[in-house]
Design a protein around this ligand. Sequence first.
Ligand code: GTP
Ligand code: MG
Length: 264
Amino acid sequence: MQLATWRMLARIVRRADLVLEVLDAREPLRTRSRRLERMAEALGKNLMLIINKSDLIPREVAEKWKRIFEDEGFPTLYMAARSHLGTGMLRSAIRKHMEEPPIIVAVTGYPKVGKSTIINALKGRHSASTSPIPGSHGYTRHPQLYRVDEDIYMIDSPGTIPIEGGLLERIIRGTSPETLEDPVPAAAMLIRHVLRFNPAAFRQAYSISSLDPYRIMEQLALRRGWRYKKTGEPLIEEAARTIIRDYHKAKIPFYEPPAPSLTR
Ligand SMILES: Nc1nc2c(ncn2[C@@H]2O[C@H](COP(=O)(O)OP(=O)(O)OP(=O)(O)O)[C@@H](O)[C@H]2O)c(=O)[nH]1
Ligand SMILES: [Mg+2]
């Protein structure tokens, strides 16, 4: 399964003139994939890092990450696709890589980092044809090719990076809570992680001021009226799933402070 996905990703990268690796601004390092970067390099493709959801972090933090990644040799741009911020910058950065129009851009990244939102933001008021360009058929599963400008095409999923890593990494990298056998320990781990960097995160997201992961889940369940029918106990599994989902939807405010030494 993972192998098939990597193979699919390789096919998309091979097809593209430029690869965008989309990162979540709250967790750029944990949403980064060295393997994808090595793949792009091996295939001789230019790769640009996009720090998305930058509305969730202070500007100077975004600037710091940008500098860290550029020092590593990657052109980097930060944006907030949901609020259409930075789309002009992205458009002109893409144009810089265009040798001969049109350019095909692969939008890759872990699930939920905002790949589709970026494509939609770029489509904006420009003509938004979704018809595949010649030569794109022949894929077993069709990558979606979007025309976002006269001379810019973008490939959306299945440009997803296969999720790997420990439990926390897998959650941050977009694992759907529905696929977890028990979402509670996973959510507890995520809550602890978020609280380390923003003790006010759950107060801001849900007006819950407890700092104990299980209390937070319990209070969220009670507040939303989620209870076991038989016992009336709070249904914390539902709260756990909601918190993971809200994290993916970028509703929980926190960010990892920039630190190059953490770079893996
Ligand atoms: N705050 C904030 N949220 C964003 C931004 N961009 C995307 N999101 C949110 O992040 C979530 C995931 O966005 P998608 O565009 O669906 O992400 P994706 O990478 O296409 O996800 P998959 O297709 O599932 O892999 C959605 O709830 C978006 O609204 C952004 O710039 N800022
Ligand atoms: Mg998508």
